[in-house]
Design a protein around this ligand. Structure first.
Ligand SMILES: [Zn+2]
Length: 259
């Protein structure tokens, strides 16, 4: 079956000496793998037609059983040039694409993820990203997947004098004396109440942009989302670590160069 679709390139891997296997996100067919034979040959029709973070109009032969499809045509509709010029934007785009590749599945409708990724990549082209952009994307992704953490505090147990609260990664909520016996045995982490409060204030993609960028609370938020994502999503922790380390503002990490 021939399929024509908008697609965002998520990953490009070399295949043999001259070919590529490209992982795409399409709105109707979810994560889609295509082989691009001879992609690296000087006269290839596909040369410069796609790159990570670009949106393309794709024509491919879809195999019934999934697997790797053969690409027929690829025309860029949005190359997003700033991602190749601004290294911070490029780093963030790679992370967004990695995260999307790890949560999307083949042959499944993925319109919400496609829209989120398109808009987030456009935003990276418009404004140099900071760590807030990474956290905002993660929160939006968790929201689309329906697994945003629930940070509602129990009025009886989570009283103001308690500084540290337990959070269950499995059930995605704060634990207290009223939780079931089995919930209390789930793997849990401790969160400082200030981190919980900051998260509660910013648990939407729009307000996540205004997360504190430095200090203990910023680190606490970053660590918490990292543990939560590692628990629920199949993402190599190193991919996230590298993105945050590269994007972290120099003044935030204290790494200012002295004359
Ligand atoms: Zn309680």
């Amino acid at each position: 079956m021939m399929v024509k679709s908008q697609a965002i390139a998520l990953k490009i891997r070399p295949w043999s000496r001259t070919s590529h296997v490209v992982t795409w996100l399409t709105p109707d067919h979810g994560r889609t793998l295509t082989s691009v034979k001879g992609a690296c040959r000087p006269k290839s029709a596909f040369l410069g037609q796609y790159d990570v973070g670009a949106t393309c109009e794709l024509l491919f032969y879809a195999r019934d059983r999934g697997g790797i499809h053969a690409i027929r045509e690829c025309t860029p509709s949005e190359m997003r040039e700033p991602l190749h010029v601004n290294w911070r934007a490029g780093t963030a785009a790679s992370y967004f694409c990695d995260l999307t590749a790890s949560v999307s599945v083949p042959m499944q409708e993925a319109q919400a993820l496609f829209t989120l990724l398109s808009q987030s990549l456009d935003a990276l082209c418009a404004q140099t990203p900071g760590t807030g952009h990474l956290l905002a994307f993660e929160i939006a992704m968790l929201d689309r997947l329906g697994i945003l953490p629930d940070l509602a505090r129990c009025p009886a147990c989570h009283t103001p004098e308690r500084d540290w609260l337990r959070f269950s990664l499995a059930s995605g909520r704060l634990l207290c004396a009223h939780a079931s016996a089995s919930a209390l045995l789930e793997p849990s982490i401790t969160l400082h109440r200030d981190v919980v409060a900051a998260l509660c204030d910013h648990l939407s993609p729009e307000s996540a942009l205004h997360f504190p960028h430095s200090g203990d609370i910023a680190l606490g938020i970053r660590r918490f989302l990292g543990l939560f994502i590692r628990y629920h999503l199949d993402l190599p922790p190193a991919a996230r670590q590298v993105a945050f380390d590269l994007i972290a503002e120099p003044h935030a990490s204290g790494a200012t160069s002295k004359p």
